[in-house]
Write a protein that binds this ligand. Structure first.
Ligand code: AMP
Length: 112
């Protein structure tokens, strides 16, 4: 498994503004926020992208949504958008699965 920027954040080799951590997941503020609140939720397990996850990841994937919900509440968000980019064609740039959580403004649909 390649060492991504996000695994370096997990291992504290790179600084990040970490706002939540437990034994399975980490949440930190996006360095280039696209909304007043924009944080990323990642599993500590290095799954490159959602399409690489399998049945054995079922509980972990659900858990990431619960972490997103918990941290969104901690950030005072009621309405927010969750986004997962899967693959380069969907604008994924870092190949360690992550959920974007954005809030603090209104969002249009469909996304660009
Ligand atoms: P994606 O394009 O879905 O792969 O999203 C990667 C996200 O990681 C982008 O929104 C970046 O702004 C964000 N990002 C890149 N480097 C860092 C970093 N060092 N700390 C926090 N977020 C980062």
């Amino acid at each position: 498994m390649s060492d991504t920027l996000f695994s370096k954040i997990i291992n504290r080799e790179i600084d990040a503004d970490i706002i939540y951590e437990d034994d399975q997941a980490l949440a930190f503020r996006d360095i280039n926020p696209q909304a007043p609140t924009h944080f990323l939720v990642i599993p500590k397990k290095a799954i490159p992208k959602l399409s690489d996850a399998d049945e054995g990841d079922q509980i972990l994937l659900g858990y990431l949504l619960l972490v997103a919900r918990r941290v969104a509440a901690q950030e005072g968000l009621e309405d927010y958008r969750l986004n997962i980019n899967n693959g380069p064609g969907a604008s994924q740039t870092i190949f360690h699965l992550h959920l974007h959580v954005l809030g603090g403004r209104s969002f249009s649909w469909p996304p660009g």
